[in-house]
Write a protein that binds this ligand. Structure first.
Ligand SMILES: [Zn+2]
Length: 426
């Protein structure tokens, strides 16, 4: 149903002006309030005492709930319950988000009222709204939901609580518990919704890898080098990679144990890594199949540091370029491709010389392409182990390399293994 139809509905039910109802409705929906909740709240505002819906909808197993269900009654175990603050119509509104499970499956929920949900609680939610989010059904527990706590818990094949490793976190995860070392941390002043406010941002690390974070309400325990346990954090995308958000509802405590950051960082297939949509810390192994244009000796704009062509910056026009070294190498492992981007230091390694050497080589040849050509000769066709930050967006899959090392794997041995494999299958 379109917003217009919803407004029509409400206006005729409540006997008020449609345009007025519509603008209220629009307002709420713009602030991410689900349309059913928004209608409910407007019914209250315009004084319709009757609760919409009437009879309690039928009970459903979690696995059977579909985005087409308007309202359902469902019984399940609360796996996670994380508080978060959103703002609409100028007011802060605390919501609780998490996951609910029965023995058939798991579903995300959002509670718009404080029902006092905690992980491990078994609840029956009568008349819970269902909405579609990213193609999946999600439960909305609001004022029209009758919620009761049950004595007996069904056995659910899922872990209660939100314990997670950084490498497993994905955008949209809520109420997660992590144990991390603060690898980097800086205090910044931002222009927040309530004026200037201080936040902390940096990088967390655990055995599985690293992720950037923002701490919106600076916790004294979060300082560089410190190991902490954080409960009730959530994950949002920022600049193409997931970011851990530590809010005023998160709890942060010092941790006694040491954390060996990155000890278990997993090497992923290129295809698998790209499908995640972006990872802060990942390692892939693949062949360099080409070195793209814009590699080798390049010039950057002194103002914005972007790469310039023929002394022209797209934003700043005619500028005196600053010389730099860079490589954009296409890496392929048979499952997919990505572009590994090497900074000046890594480029010096693969070029086998410094920026001054490159400038001299270009001067002698009267062509700066010779630098990229020499890099091509040295790396194309070889296998590398690349670790860094992967972002996947409209510019493609780019892996900002922190390390770029020729793989120790003996390619001949791998070729032999491949041939044997092919023979077995033949
Ligand atoms: Zn510029």
């Amino acid at each position: 149903m379109e917003l217009d139809d919803h407004a029509e509905d409400l206006a005729s039910d409540l006997g008020v002006d449609k345009e007025e109802v519509k603008s209220d409705l629009q307002n709420l929906v713009e602030y991410s309030v689900p349309v059913d909740e928004a209608k409910q709240s407007l019914r209250r505002k315009y004084g319709d005492g009757s609760s919409a819906g009437g009879a309690t909808p039928e009970s459903k197993d979690v696995a059977d709930i579909s985005p087409d269900d308007g309202n359902v009654t469902v019984t399940g175990v609360v796996l996670t319950a994380g508080k978060r603050s959103i703002r609409y119509q100028g007011d802060d509104h605390v919501i609780v988000e998490g996951r609910l499970a029965d023995d058939t499956g798991v579903i995300d929920y959002t509670a718009w009222e404080d029902f006092g949900l905690s992980p491990g609680d078994t609840i029956t939610a009568g008349n819970a709204g269902v909405r579609e989010w990213d193609g999946e059904p999600e439960l909305n527990l609001g004022e029209s939901t009758s919620l009761s706590f049950q004595e007996e818990s069904p056995d659910v094949p899922y872990e209660i609580g939100g314990d997670a490793q950084l490498a497993d976190l994905r955008t949209g995860d809520r109420a997660v518990t992590i144990e991390v070392t603060v690898v980097e941390c800086e205090r910044r002043t931002i222009d927040g919704r309530d004026g200037e406010t201080e936040i902390l941002s940096g990088v967390f690390g655990d055995e599985s890898g690293r992720l950037p974070f923002t701490n919106w309400d600076p916790a004294p325990e979060i300082e560089e080098g410190n190991a902490v346990r954080i409960e009730n954090a959530y994950v949002q995308e920022f600049r193409g990679v997931p970011e851990v958000n530590v809010s005023e509802f998160s709890t942060v405590a010092d941790l006694e144990r040491e954390i060996d950051v990155g000890a278990d960082t997993t090497t992923m297939d290129v295809g698998e890594a790209v499908r995640t949509g972006g990872i802060y810390d990942v390692e892939v192994v693949g062949n360099v199949i080409a070195v793209r244009d814009g590699s080798g000796l390049i010039q950057r704009c002194p103002e914005c540091y972007r790469v310039i062509q023929k002394g022209q910056c797209r934003t700043h026009g005619d500028v005196d370029g600053v010389d730099d070294l860079r490589v954009k190498a296409i890496v392929d492992d048979g499952t997919g491709t990505l572009t590994a981007i090497l900074d000046d230091e890594l480029t010096e390694d693969v070029y086998g010389g410094t920026l001054d050497d490159a400038l001299e080589q270009a001067r002698e040849a009267m062509d700066q392409e010779v630098v990229a050509d020499r890099i091509r000769e040295r790396i194309v066709g070889r296998e590398y182990r690349v670790r860094g930050h992967l972002s996947v967006d409209e510019y493609g899959a780019n892996l900002d390399a922190e390390t770029f090392e020729e793989s120790d794997d003996d390619p001949e041995a791998r070729a032999t293994a491949f041939l044997e494999d092919a023979e077995v299958q033949a």
